[in-house]
Design a binder for this molecule. Structure first.
Ligand code: FER
Length: 304
């Protein structure tokens, strides 16, 4: 199975420092993370694909179609006390004459605001989908989900203080990033025109923040959500509330991903609560092939 290099680096670190009685918390966390990735994968009969993988070439740049553009947005955050960066994709023909929907797209534990672009080129995926009439023109905002004064993707991301930055991002997103995006770009600033999605750690953030802020987001996508996902019964204590509001709850995981138990737990709880959701289990691992293919599918199902 292939995994992002940074996750592999974390695992190597855990192996190099076997658990001992006086181990520092960071090493204990790394060891636990390694054990999470190595969990036995037990598939239930409904842990199956909902559709085929994205077709060949879905993330290959095409000539002869209109292309969007990618830029960096800087915004001030009272959560971190710093000026922060987000990567922004503006769709082909972006104009202030109309308002666009926005997807906030969150990275994994080893990443930052550049990770999605490096893993799967969401700008190319969307250029291609829009050219084919399969997705509506939308803005993609790719922030740094580590809301700390030093938010660089360096060191051991499993250190408790570093991991806490991913939880603190909730306030940064809601109170600082979204307002900055809505001041800067021509967007439709309501819940019907806001989606939240992410990979791994960012998938957990999506569920944690999205399911508790249904007033802000109408479309959620969690791709191979990580163990930072809060217990499903806490996230959805009453299925009727989610059922009445959310347009799309998209959950995906690869059947070779040791973290699949996290997504299975969410899916099974949603089933007991009668919450409609899309559950897609493909044949990938914890890797960019899964995240790109699922962004391709998710982007076609939102804002319409
Ligand atoms: C963990 C294993 C993996 C964990 C987080 C991750 C918080 C995240 C992985 C990723 O984002 O790729 O135990 O705990």
């Amino acid at each position: 199975m292939t995994r992002p290099l940074l996750s592999l680096a974390c695992l190597a670190l855990a192996v190099a420092h076997p658990l001992r009685a006086q181990e520092k918390p960071a090493e204990v966390s790394a060891d636990r993370a390694r054990a999470n990735f190595a969990r036995e994968i037990v598939l239930a009969p409904d842990d199956v694909r909902a559709f085929a993988d994205a077709p060949d070439g879905y993330r290959a740049p095409r000539e002869g179609i209109a292309h969007g553009r990618v830029e960096t947005l800087e915004y001030d955050s009272a959560v971190t006390g710093t000026r922060r960066k987000a990567t922004v994709y503006l769709p082909p023909g972006y104009t202030a004459e109309r308002g666009y929907p926005v997807i906030y797209l969150l990275h994994g534990i080893g990443g930052d605001e550049t990770e999605w672009m490096r893993f799967t080129a969401p700008n190319v995926i969307l250029d291609n989908l829009i050219a084919d009439g399969k997705a509506v023109p939308m803005i993609i905002v790719m922030p740094n989900g580590r809301a700390l004064p030093d938010d660089r993707a360096i060191g051991n991301p499993f250190e408790p203080e570093k991991a806490a930055g991913f939880a603190k991002f909730e306030g940064d997103l809601l109170d600082h990033l979204i307002p900055a995006v809505e001041r800067t770009y021509s967007v439709v600033a309501d819940r019907e025109h806001r989606a939240l999605a992410g990979l791994s750690m960012g998938g957990g953030q999506t569920l944690n923040f999205g399911l508790t802020h249904l007033d802000t987001f109408d479309w959620l996508g969690a791709f191979s959500a990580a163990p930072n996902t809060r217990p499903p019964a806490e996230l959805v204590p009453d299925g009727a509330v989610v059922r009445a509001q959310l347009k799309l709850l998209y959950l995906s995981c690869g059947n070779k991903d040791g973290l699949i138990n996290v997504s299975q737990g969410v899916h099974r709880h949603l089933k007991t609560q009668d919450v409609p959701h899309l559950w897609h289990v493909d044949d990938f691992g914890h890797d960019p092939a899964h995240w790109g293919s699922n962004l391709y599918h998710f982007a076609q199902r939102i804002f319409r």
